[in-house]
Design a protein around this ligand. Structure first.
Ligand code: 1GP
Length: 246
């Protein structure tokens, strides 16, 4: 299947918002929770299922992706923290370049390592400019990437960075305060990015409430990503889905 990016672009053109559920691959060790989360995601009409994380602490990655794919009828998109997080069971991979940072490995190094495998597995690669934004505390993503996040109150920096990504030919931009962040990306930052780039905007990190989902979508988010809140309460997805799709 090679149609995830066109789906995202079409949704943006039609002014529809998409909901992506992020599954932490380490969740794969708790079969029951994984099953409940994926089944709820499908029942609640989540549009995409992302699988990935900045740091794996179990060896369950491929098995987790296979299980998610078997349990769901939604496109499964890898959100890899490293080139080790690739799997033939997925439909696509966010080919992430950490353009908010200045760590060459995360700008191009890991991509060189991963590219032959992405090609061999036949995965749709979605070129994505990834911006880590300060969300009130150091998340695993911030720590592992060894990069300085965009200050929370500097929408102009995010906009200029996203614009550079667009001019370089990237196809989406992902603004993330990191998993379990205290604060989400601000609506003002999303508005600034939206004013400068035409790319689909993916937003994640610390999104817990329906009100946050509504505000972030209203500011210009095209794909809203929620992970931790669903892990903690798989039922929460129904209200969130209504907020995103309503
Ligand atoms: C993190 O955007 C994701 O990379 C999701 O974050 O787990 O806080 O929802 P949460």
């Amino acid at each position: 299947m090679t149609n995830v990016l066109p789906r995202i672009v079409r949704a943006k053109e039609e002014a529809r918002h998409l909901l992506a559920v992020l599954i932490d691959p380490d969740l794969g060790v708790d079969e029951a929770l994984l099953e409940r989360t994926v089944q709820n995601a499908c029942m609640a009409r989540a549009d995409l299922i992302f699988v990935g994380g900045s740091l794996l602490t179990t060896a369950a990655f491929d098995r987790c992706v296979a299980r998610v794919k078997a349990l769901s009828d939604r496109p499964v998109v890898l959100f890899p923290g490293s080139p080790a997080q690739l799997s033939a069971h997925a439909d696509a991979v966010l080919f992430l370049s950490l353009i908010s940072g200045r760590n060459p490995e995360l700008l191009i190094g890991h991509h060189v390592t991963a590219a032959p495998t992405v090609k061999a597995l036949g995965l749709e690669a979605i070129p994505t400019g990834y911006l880590l934004v300060d969300g009130g505390r150091t998340t695993t993503a911030h720590y592992v990437s060894q990069s300085t996040p965009v200050p929370h109150d500097k929408p102009g920096i995010a906009a200029a960075t996203a614009l550079a990504g667009e001019l370089l030919g990237l196809r989406t931009v992902y603004l993330d305060t990191g998993s379990g962040a205290e604060r989400t990306v601000s609506p003002a930052m999303i508005e600034a990015v939206r004013a400068h780039v035409d790319l689909p905007i993916i937003v994640g990190g610390g999104i817990r409430t329906v009100a946050q989902a509504r505000d972030l979508c209203a500011a210009g988010t095209n794909v809203l990503v929620v992970g931790t809140a669903f892990e903690q309460d798989p039922e929460h997805i129904f209200a969130m889905s209504e907020a995103v799709h309503g």
